[in-house]
Write a protein that binds this ligand. Structure first.
Ligand code: HEC
Length: 165
């Protein structure tokens, strides 16, 4: 009799644990679906945030290290190369905004311009990375200037109010 009760209790606990697990799993799926829906929308604010945080952070690091933190030691060259690599990744991520902005009123030319500048950013960041890997300080300086021009070239079209450099 008692064994039956204990067994019943355990079975009940197992059923409860399974139900809880299923509930949590469902909850996570709902949260993941909501996040995916939000990411697919990519409101304008997100590009701005990405620029303000990720892009600007790498830019500030590079600018400080290259202009104000001489000499460029091997370690600094390595971190410049790593930062350039991260900019290349971000430049890839920028492509995701193109369709969202098109829906929000960018013309075909705007989208094309954005895409060209985005690819230019990838290429210049790659050159900067290569120069840093070779510990070529004049190359690093000159490609950083190209990078800066690339940021500004894109902003002149989309955000002429931005002229921080
Ligand atoms: C392919 C085009 C493009 C390139 C290249 C680009 N940006 Fe941007 N950036 C934009 C656009 C478009 C916005 C405006 C986003 C908005 O207002 O919603 C922006 C906004 C910004 C902002 C936010 C300003 C604010 O409103 O507070 C910063 C900071 C920024 N960019 C930094 C950079 C830096 C640094 C680089 C170069 C390493 C760079 N961007 C390269 C397109 C670009």
């Amino acid at each position: 009799m008692l064994r039956g009760k204990i067994l019943g209790f355990f079975l009940g606990m197992i059923a409860l644990a399974v139900a809880l697990g299923a509930y949590q799993f469902h909850g996570r799926r709902v949260a993941a679906a909501a996040a995916a829906a939000q990411a697919a929308q990519l409101p304008q604010g997100n590009l701005r945030q990405l620029m303000q945080s990720r892009v600007h952070q790498e830019y500030t690091f590079l600018s400080f290290t290259i202009w104000h933190d001489q000499p460029l030691t091997a370690e600094k060259m390595d971190s410049i190369a790593a930062s350039s690599g991260r900019i290349m990744t971000i430049a890839d991520d920028l492509a995701a905004y193109e369709s969202a902005y098109k829906q929000q009123g960018w013309s075909q030319q705007d989208v094309q311009f954005f895409d060209d500048k985005r690819l230019q950013l990838t290429q210049v960041a790659e050159e900067l990375k290569k120069a840093a890997q070779k510990h070529d300080s004049s190359g690093v300086t000159s490609f950083f200037m190209h990078l800066d021009n690339t940021c500004q070239g894109c902003h002149r079209h989309f955000r002429p109010d931005l002229s921080w450099t």
